[in-house]
Design a protein around this ligand. Structure first.
Ligand code: ATP
Ligand code: MG
Length: 168
């Protein structure tokens, strides 16, 4: 627990304001281009804040053809896409009971692919320390605040690069 707390304290943070769905998707593409096998991205935010749209961007940044259609995996829990790496798109919004165990989710988390988790707050304690957290907040009909917090060296650098690109 203490180590988790320490890692949290060292999270590096950047805030980006998006004023359109396309902008949120572009930010996802930017992130996706920089991801490696094994990376975990946790997305948190109310309904309709853009978690799925951001994930669509990540998939595109990882080279998934648009035709593979990144949609909300609400009913299936996990969707898989193939880009530069396999992508596991998990949505825990409707998660109940033992479902996580049933899908063998630890294998996704520690596997060869990039794992993107919507409603990740439900399993926060079980996420790897090294990861990128994205919190999406609705600020208007078309405005969203995205707060990205990177844990671990690689994600620190990613957040730093984003800050230099114009986040704040
Ligand atoms: N700046 C913005 N960024 C992202 N989405 C936006 C923005 N402005 C408006 N929207 C709209 O908000 C909606 C976001 O939908 P999306 O499915 O990505 O949200 P979600 O967070 O995944 O929701 P859910 O909790 O249902 O999974 C879309 O209809 C999109 O057009
Ligand atoms: Mg969604």
């Amino acid at each position: 627990m203490e180590r988790v707390a320490a890692a949290k304290r060292h999270g590096k943070k950047v805030t980006v304001i998006s004023t359109s769905p396309a902008e949120t998707q572009r930010l996802g593409i930017w992130v996706g281009r920089r991801l490696n096998a094994g990376d975990v991205i946790s997305l948190t935010g109310d309904m309709g804040t853009g978690k799925t749209l951001f994930t669509r961007g990540i998939a595109e940044g990882l080279g998934v053809p648009r035709g593979q259609g990144v949609r909300s995996p609400t009913f299936t829990l996990v969707h898989e896409y193939t880009g530069r790496h396999p992508i596991y798109h998990i949505d825990l919004y409707r998660l109940r009971g033992k479902e996580l165990e049933e899908i063998g989710w630890e294998e996704y988390l520690w596997g060869e692919g990039v794992t993107v988790i919507e409603a990740a707050e439900k399993i926060e304690q079980r996420l790897p320390e090294e990861r990128l957290d994205v919190v999406l907040v609705r600020e208007g009909v078309r405005q969203r605040r995205l707060v990205l917090v990177g844990y671990g060296r690689r994600f620190h650098l990613l957040v730093k690069a984003l800050a230099m690109r114009g986040g704040r």
